[in-house]
Design a protein around this ligand. Structure first.
Ligand code: PBG
Length: 325
């Protein structure tokens, strides 16, 4: 054959492939989620998340130092609240001495340059396991936003770098931004979970925090996975209300949404590779059905290729290690 173009020329060796690679993962891309609970010396493996642990604060600090040494620059923290502190107001969420507030301070003290992000939603504190205040079986929007503002201010007072509201209530980004302004927190950022879908892939996470909804589901606040245009609407509104970084969640079943958002906005786009996505790779690898390390790097690269500037992933540590090899 006499061909004008031979595309395989650019694939013929590892060196050439590296030269022309369009995307490259680095630990700078990663946000490492951390599950924290009260106590000392605790490392509890999450049954549906093999190899992933919920730590007490002392162990969390060790983990944060390890993550930092691997080049990871951000952690996203979630706490498990004991049942006796859960109610329908979520008031433990803004306790200045709560496990969340103590964790923020301890991490910033131990590794000041680590960017600390916190989940802002009521579910770990709610006796109903919902992200908001419940009345007659409904999740109240405006009352919940008031609670989220109190929660956000308490995280800001503890020194958080970015608040990450994950609740999908209307108007919460604007309310949190103006409360931050009114209280002089001009350096606190907002990473909004702007396009968060009602997804079955959050199952293992709810095991980790014992936060599964006690009744119904989250479809009246999280988005319908049949929708694409709505993701753009939600995200543009959050940016207008003051979000510094936006998010698409989950990741791999939503790569089209990531690209859509990336093309529509001028702020960094983060993507949450969620607990169920972690669990699926772990489960298949455990059976020898896929190569775990290759699946990790291929998955994260595809998320980046789709348009993610930042990726929250339970594989952050593994991927950072793999990238060093
Ligand atoms: C809390 C929250 C959830 C996740 C992040 N923040 C659970 C939910 O919305 O039910 C899920 C993360 C994961 O599955 O890894 N609002």
């Amino acid at each position: 054959m006499i061909l004008q173009r031979r595309n395989r020329i650019l694939r013929q060796s590892a060196s050439i492939r590296a030269l022309v690679a369009e995307n490259r993962l680095t630990p700078d891309d990663f946000i490492a989620p951390l599950f924290i609970e009260d106590g000392t010396g605790l490392a509890t493996e999450i049954p549906s998340m093999k190899g992933y642990y919920r730590y007490s604060l002392d162990k969390t600090i060790e983990e944060v130092k390890l993550l930092w040494s691997l080049g990871i620059k951000s952690v996203l923290i979630f706490v498990k609240s004991p049942d006796h502190l859960k109610d329908n107001t979520g008031k433990e969420a803004w306790n200045p001495d709560g496990i969340m507030q103590r964790s923020i301070k301890a991490i910033k003290d131990a590794v000041p340059e680590m960017v600390v992000m916190t989940d802002v939603a009521l579910d770990p504190y709610s006796s109903y396991g919902h992200d908001g205040i419940v009345k007659d079986g409904e999740i109240l929007n405006d009352e919940t936003v008031e609670a989220l503002v109190k929660m956000s201010l308490s995280h800001a007072a503890a020194g958080v770098d970015f608040l990450a509201p994950s609740d999908m209530m209307d108007g919460r980004i604007g309310a949190i931004r103006s409360a931050l302004e009114q209280n002089g927190y001009t350096r606190t950022g907002i990473l909004s979970y702007s396009a968060k879908y009602a997804s079955c892939f959050y199952g293992p996470f709810r095991d980790a925090l014992d936060s599964a909804p006690g009744f119904g589901d989250k479809k009246t606040y999280q988005m319908n996975y049949a929708n694409r245009v709505e993701a753009v609407k939600e995200t543009l509104m959050d940016i207008e209300e003051g979000a510094d970084i936006v998010m698409v969640k989950p990741a791999m079943a939503y790569l089209d949404i990531i690209r859509e958002i990336k093309n529509a906005v001028q702020v960094p786009v983060s993507v949450y590779h969620v607990s169920g996505e972690y669990a699926m790779i772990k489960a298949a690898a455990e059976r020898g059905w896929i190569d775990e390390n290759k699946a990790i790097i291929e998955s994260l690269t595809s998320i980046k290729r789709a348009g993610a500037d930042l990726i929250a992933t339970y594989f952050a540590k593994d991927a950072a290690k793999l990238l060093q090899q």
